[in-house]
Design a protein around this ligand. Structure first.
Ligand code: NAD
Ligand code: IPM
Ligand code: MN
Length: 374
């Protein structure tokens, strides 16, 4: 069988709980595929974030980074939490403060040059529409993917328009255009910025426009200001259907907001990639839920594992070249969330008004998935 290496980085607080469910899904696929001589998934676990600080003094130990470079893909939970309150300034060694857990995540993204963070937002199951805090008439039909630039912006130090070559903007724009062209009909790119105030945004807008006009004349695109887009996202989110392309900080904020459309932060997955997911190049990726370590509910067995399980589906599609298995995972999630499927006995965690535990939801997804794959 083809051997695939997946590095597992559970991280802190609820990280291990949700990653455990993602790992169950990977193991279920590996067990079934191994039998028919298809693929075998090998798992290795390392530390990142606060747990790594506690064990080694560093949020991203060398062993973790070198294992990441060797892996075909990485499954990550979340890092950080109130247990690490003193690490306030990431680099202020003079005050005796070490780096924060979150710095480990920023460093691994930067070291692997994962410049594009894909955060799809649609309804994993139509039955979820009823659980959105927003009206059904507003959210129905929402289907966009946020493409967030991940290794630049204010996260990695201030820049000025004149210093910038625009290379970072160009490569993420190309990736967004590639995703738009995959859709039938070709999706619209909605580029979000603050070009009326920020010099960096004026550079962003210019490079997005030039790249799309020159290289992707078939891809329709629109520019929006980020503040108005944040309003439209809850007023009429289907306006943004297609690809939402934006810089690091705007994409971070907008994606948490977007999770309220399908109903919970515990639903949205993400893929952080270092190249076009076109199957031609080996694409390294970190796959993780968009949510954080949820310290307020960690350890109670009520964290929603769906965002992590859907991140595994993205991994199967973009890094492991197993599109059929990716679709099977998405189908299994849809069925498990569906109210009608099990005689009104649906499998949802508390954030979606359900009464099932993290483990029960994960088990049910695996059970349904095995039926689809065998
Ligand atoms: P958070 O995303 O952890 O939680 C925000 C709220 O959403 C909380 O009420 C939480 O209980 C809820 N929530 C989150 N995930 C959920 C899930 N799967 N199921 C049900 N409810 C869920 O954000 P926060 O509380 O602001 O941050 C906590 C820590 O996580 C901080 O240290 C932050 O820096 C870190 N963080 C890490 C990542 C990451 O590792 N990628 C992402 C965001 C935040
Ligand atoms: C995310 C998180 C991270 C980010 C933090 C923890 C560094 O909020 O993945 O959305 O801001 O990118
Ligand atoms: Mn975030």
């Amino acid at each position: 069988p083809r051997k695939i290496k997946v590095l597992v980085l559970p991280g802190d607080n609820c990280g291990p709980e949700v990653v455990n469910e993602g790992v169950k899904v990977l193991k279920a696929i590996s067990n079934i595929r191994k039998k028919c001589n298809g693929v075998e998934i090998e798992l290795q676990e390392e530390k990142i974030g606060g747990c790594a600080i506690d064990a080694t003094g560093k949020p991203l130990p060398e062993v973790t980074l070198s294992a990441a470079k060797e892996a075909d893909a990485i499954l990550l939970g979340a890092v950080g939490g109130p247990q690490w309150p003193k690490q306030i300034d990431s680099n202020d060694a003079s005050k005796g403060l070490g780096p924060r857990p979150e710095q480990g995540l920023l460093d691994i993204r930067k070291s692997l040059d994962l410049f594009a963070n894909l955060r799809p937002c649609s309804f994993a199951s139509d039955s979820l529409i009823a659980y959105s805090p927003l009206k059904e008439s507003v959210v129905k039909g929402t289907d966009f993917t946020i493409v967030r630039e991940l290794v630049g912006g204010i996260y990695f130090g201030e820049r000025h328009e004149q210093d910038e070559s625009g290379k970072e903007v160009k490569r993420v724009t190309r990736l967004a255009a590639h995703l738009a062209l995959e859709k039938n009909p070709i999706a619209t790119i909605h580029s979000l910025d603050k070009a009326n105030v920020l010099a960096t945004s004026r550079l962003w807008r210019r490079v997005v426009t030039e790249t799309l006009e020159k290289e992707f004349p078939k891809v329709p695109f629109k520019h929006h200001y980020i503040d108005a887009a944040a309003m439209f996202l809850v007023k009429s989110p289907t306006i943004l259907n297609g690809i939402v392309l934006t810089e690091n900080l705007f994409g971070d904020i907008l994606s948490d907001e977007a999770s309220i459309i399908p109903g919970s932060l515990g639903l949205l997955p993400s893929a952080s990639l270092n190249g076009l997911p076109d199957g031609k190049n080996k694409c390294i990726g970190i796959y993780e839920p968009i949510h954080g370590s949820a310290p307020d509910i960690a350890g109670k067995g009520i964290v929603n594992p769906i965002a992590t399980i859907l991140s595994v589906a993205l991994m199967l599609k973009y890094s492991l070249n197993l599109p059929r298995e990716a679709k099977a995972v998405e189908d299994a999630v849809r069925k498990v969330l569906d109210d009608e499927e099990f005689g009104g006995f649906s499998y949802r965690t508390k954030d979606l008004s359900g009464d099932k535990t993290t483990v029960e939801v994960g088990d049910k997804v695996c059970e349904v998935l095995e039926g689809y794959l065998e």
